[in-house]
Design a protein around this ligand. Sequence first.
Ligand code: MN
Length: 447
Amino acid sequence: MGGRLALRHVVTGRTGGGRSTNVNAEATVAEAMAEPRLVEDYHTETAHKRRFPSSVEIWDETLRDGEQAPGVHFTPEEKLRVAELLSEMGVSVLNAGIPVVSEEEARAVHRVAHAGLKAKVLAAARTVPRDVDAVITSGATHIAIFVAASQVHLKYKLKMTEDEVLQASVDSVRRAKEAGLHVAYVTEDTVRAPFPFVERLYRAVQEAGADRLVVADTVGIMTPLTFRWFLKEFILRVQPKDLSVHCHNDFGLATANTLTAVEVGARAPQVCVNGLGERAGNASFEEVVLVLESLYQVKTGIRTERIHELSRLVEELSGVPVAANKALVGYNAFSHEAGIHTHGILAHTLTYEPIQPEIVGRHRQMILGKHTGKAAIVEKLKERGLTAPDAILIELLERVKTETESRSKSDLQRFLHEYRTLFERPGLSDEEFWTMVEAVGLRTAKT
Ligand code: MN
């Protein structure tokens, strides 16, 4: 195990624009094997403490929870495009949506379900018969039946008792099972519900035929330590045949919590491309997959080299820009500007890169700017077969620094202003809404 990570870096070491560099990058496998280990991989030291399932199935929620991100809407054609790519990339199961939401949504789920995808197509339903029936008629082979579990949801949102929730759940699971569907049962806010109820509810639905149980941290308040405790307790008390988790990112812990769950035994973690989803979003597809594949060597079946393409597609269709510093898929994730860093990268990519950009279908970028060093200038000149004496290099470097330091930020600021205007209020504007209100015959008191 030791050195496996290092080996991959050495063998495939490349720099900017996918061009090979002369240093270390051309090493053959044999040379690399002969080279002493360049970085220690302490993941191997803790490997005996981890208990990952032998195979992890990625359950993608981009077209359902991802679409529930503020202002996001996918057409049936767009859902199909994303679903096709997810399927080609090796996603095990994908949630196409909630067919009862609208006619267009039902059409979308129907199209995805009938596209002959390799991935299993799932659609979601509340614990009401017409929701379950809508999934049955959609042609999806998998269903996720969901209802809330915490007292705050029962008392104020659902206005249902625990017994009513349990009965509706059991009835819905039976209804879907009778139609031959693979049934996943989800409760919203599982981790803020009283454990005796969680236990009773999940045991009942499993007895009624639910194939997979999903624990959801709907408002993202778990931490890895607490979630580990909760899931271990859940496994002990409920004994799920198959476990999945759904983690939100309100405190930035969705990926960490999801990984904790996989370690504890959740075989089918739910993720969203670019971490899209309600509020701060869900566990990010790319982060969960890459940690499993690259840091822990756990197979997810995902063709990671298409992750950038997938991220771009979802960004384009959702209209939600990926943050520049977003792990793995953000613009800056494989860019280097600081002199010390570029120098290191040019000497050996392992110095400042934990994985090769090509693994997620990207290329490294050297940025010329205020923090640039001489090594980057030397490397850049090579692109046109040029070399230069030190004095010229220093002069060039000065010019690069002065130019970037004096450059106006107005383009970026204009873009930011536009971005803020668009994102401060996604969806309909007040004006559009009040016009609609008047169109349906209501008189409004103008403010
Ligand atoms: Mn959610």
